[in-house]
Ligand binder design. Structure first.
Ligand code: IPE
Ligand code: IPE
Ligand code: MG
Length: 261
């Protein structure tokens, strides 16, 4: 964890009445924060705009969430951008999202360079349009050497497909003799998920009030603390993020044991 206290204080100046940096314990910042960025369509519809305008507005919130995470010294930020089920949406909306992912990444790469952020993707990228895949690969290549925060974007991600893929990889290793059936344990599975090598999320934030996981990180969220806010994703800002961290710090994580930490 790296954190610049001066930058952190300046970033969280001008606090609203109900929350400030003083409300969180900087010694207990979650290591991995994960976001389900939901409610962008409703945000636009509430303004009489096309849903796509909400997706575009959501980019600003994600940029702010990345910066907030870096300032707080979060090790890993992950975010759900497109699910395996989102292909069911109208073709026009799907196309727009795929194009938005590509153009946004190109535009935001300087931020990753500036903040030493390493990029990673969760999901099956093979199914994405070439434009999007190429830009994602460029992002991976350009940030591979960075050792600050890891930013993992879930695109064409579905937890069930991810677990089925891990099972296939294990089956192949068992069939080839590389892995013994009795060695198929929790680590063997974790190591074959898209999140291999990342810590499980400590805090999951879902916007727009929906109380469900929508096929997101079902395995990895086993003991994650959840914070659901009614705020729609385009309205999510550093202060709402801080409210989530404050809620997280108020929880007693027991992992099935009896001692409250
Ligand atoms: C989440 O917002 C973003 C994506 C799934 C791409 P939605 O598009 O689901 O917005 P709502 O939930 O319909 O408001
Ligand atoms: C979850 O949101 C997926 C993303 C945020 C990318 P959805 O809007 O697709 O989820 P449901 O359909 O409300 O469960
Ligand atoms: Mg939604």
């Amino acid at each position: 964890m790296q954190r610049d206290i001066q930058k952190l204080k300046a970033y969280f100046a001008d606090a609203p009445a109900d929350i400030s940096l003083d409300d969180v314990d900087l010694e207990r910042i979650p290591s991995h924060v994960s976001l389900i960025m939901d409610g962008t369509g409703r945000w636009a519809q509430a303004r009489g705009l096309d849903r796509s305008r909400g997706h575009v507005a959501g980019v600003d919130s994600l940029r702010e969430a990345v910066t907030t995470s870096v300032r707080l010294g979060i090790d890993v930020l992950s975010a759900y951008a497109f699910s395996t089920e989102n292909w069911k949406r109208p073709q026009r909306e799907v196309n727009l999202l795929m194009h938005l992912f590509a153009t946004t990444l190109v535009k935001e790469l300087p931020l990753f360079h500036q903040e030493n952020v390493r990029l990673r993707f969760l999901g099956d990228l093979d199914a994405l349009p070439k434009e999007t895949r190429d830009v994602f690969q460029r992002g991976l290549d350009e940030t591979a050497g960075y050792d600050g925060m890891t930013f993992a974007l879930a695109v064409n991600y579905g937890s069930r497909a991810e677990i089925a893929r891990a099972a296939r990889l294990i089956a192949a290793d068992v069939a080839s003799g590389a892995l013994a059936p009795e060695d198929v344990d929790v680590d063997a599975i974790s190591g074959r998920l898209y999140t291999a090598g990342l810590p499980d999320p400590d805090l999951l934030i879902r916007t727009s009030g929906e109380l469900r996981l929508s096929n997101y990180l079902l395995w990895q969220l086993a003991y994650t603390e959840m914070y659901v806010t009614d705020t729609l994703w385009p309205d999510f800002d550093r202060w709402e993020y801080l409210r989530g961290v404050r809620a997280f710090q108020g929880r007693g994580r027991r992992y099935g044991g009896v001692v409250s930490s």
